[in-house]
Design a protein around this ligand. Structure first.
Ligand code: HSE
Length: 368
């Protein structure tokens, strides 16, 4: 059995990964050593079949370097601190990472096996040992549009995202809930506020109060939105927007870059991300053709008929949270260009957007 170190299992992505691995019985095939950055020496707080019952120190290079595989959801700062130290002392194990820190490295592969299994295998064969999960919106976009990318049909793609608080982390999710509670607290609601404009006035006042909970978001998200995610990079783009083109093309290993750009927006949903696409194809295709190419690519993508009932029931964050399904709908030709069409997709950003590609990579290495 391979010795696998698991770091960052307590955080939001790590917890979802742990849950999925327990459900899929992944722990039956590995000897897992659980690490912690702060509570080493304590017993592991769950019942999983493994030899080591004690939490190990996540900064102990000696123990880490004895492992065959390390899987980490601890974040970029941890990877920055530990990864090169391990490689410098000659550790040659597999590193599977949820954070973005190593995504730009030429020695890493961004993993999304329903899209780039062949590339992943090719890289394993030439000795690559570093495998990194992609940005959530990129992975969810590729899962939705994989068929069109596979057939090299996309000339360019423009995207507007609607990203949930979970993408920013658990503190942000909690803060969004606190914000929702804060703005809706209106004393004697029914008695004093029968007019909707009075209610609106009161809520707008609540949002602007000094004690409004905004330690993490800096501004209100509940009752509003934030059209900026991550830091500024070049040409007015945010880092989140920059990742769209870079990561997609790295995952697809394209020879000619497929241009991708757009605006990434944080909205007041909790867990699942949504994205609206404008896509220019290299050739004119019928809607039936487009839908068939999309739905035949993988078993998770589900084409939602472009009508109101199906859309409002099946193409929302609420409909998809906690599921591996990738619904895509609102597929229609655009009157701006005969080769352009629109689509809207949703996906659980903690599953296909974060944890699932990691556990599948681990499985692939064990079966390889
Ligand atoms: N950067 C994403 C977000 C998280 O802020 O929503 C998924 O990688």
């Amino acid at each position: 059995m391979k010795n696998v170190g698991f770091i960052g299992w307590r955080g939001i992505v790590g917890s979802v990964l742990l849950e999925r691995m327990i459900k899929k019985k992944d722990f039956d095939y590995i000897n897992t050593i659980f690490f912690t950055t702060s509570q080493f020496g304590q017993l592991i707080p769950f019942n999983i079949q493994n030899k080591c019952k004690i939490l190990q120190n996540a900064y102990d290079i000696e123990i880490l370097s004895s492992l065959d595989i390390i899987i980490t959801c601890q974040g970029s700062q941890y990877t920055n601190k530990i990864y090169s130290k391990l490689r410098l002392i000659g550790w040659n194990g597999f590193w599977i990472d949820a954070s973005s820190y190593l995504r730009t490295s030429i020695n890493s592969v961004i993993i999304l096996d329903p899209i780039n299994l062949n590339l992943i295998k090719k890289k394993i064969d030439i000795g690559i040992k570093t495998f990194v999960g992609g940005n959530c919106t990129v992975s969810l976009m590729l899962m939705a549009l994989g068929g069109l990318f596979q057939d090299n049909l996309i000339e360019w793609l423009s995207v507007s995202t609607y990203q949930a608080a979970s993408g920013a982390g658990s503190n942000f999710m909690r803060e969004l809930l606190l914000q929702m509670k804060f703005i809706s607290e209106i004393p004697n609601f029914t008695k004093n506020y029968t007019n909707i404009l009075d209610i609106d006035k009161k809520i707008s006042k609540n949002i602007k109060k000094n004690n409004f909970p905004q330690k993490y978001f800096s501004v209100p998200l509940a009752g509003s939105l934030i059209p900026w995610i991550d830091k500024k990079v070049n040409d007015g783009q945010t880092k989140e927007e920059w990742k769209g083109q870079f990561e997609t093309n790295k995952i697809l290993n394209t020879k000619n870059i497929i241009p991708i750009d757009g605006i990434c927006v944080r909205i007041g949903t909790l867990r699942s991300h949504s994205q609206s696409f404008t896509i220019k194809l290299k050739q004119q295709l019928s809607l039936d053709n487009i839908q068939n190419i999309i739905k035949s690519h993988n078993k998770w993508v589900k084409v939602i008929p472009n009508d109101m009932n199906n859309t409002i029931n099946n193409l929302t964050p609420v409909a998809v949270s906690g599921k591996l399904d990738i619904p895509i709908g609102r597929i229609k030709k655009l009157n701006i260009d005969k080769n352009c069409f629109s689509a809207f997709s949703v996906g659980d950003q903690l599953l296909w957007g974060a944890a699932e590609p990691l556990r599948r990579m681990l499985k692939l290495l064990l079966d390889y």
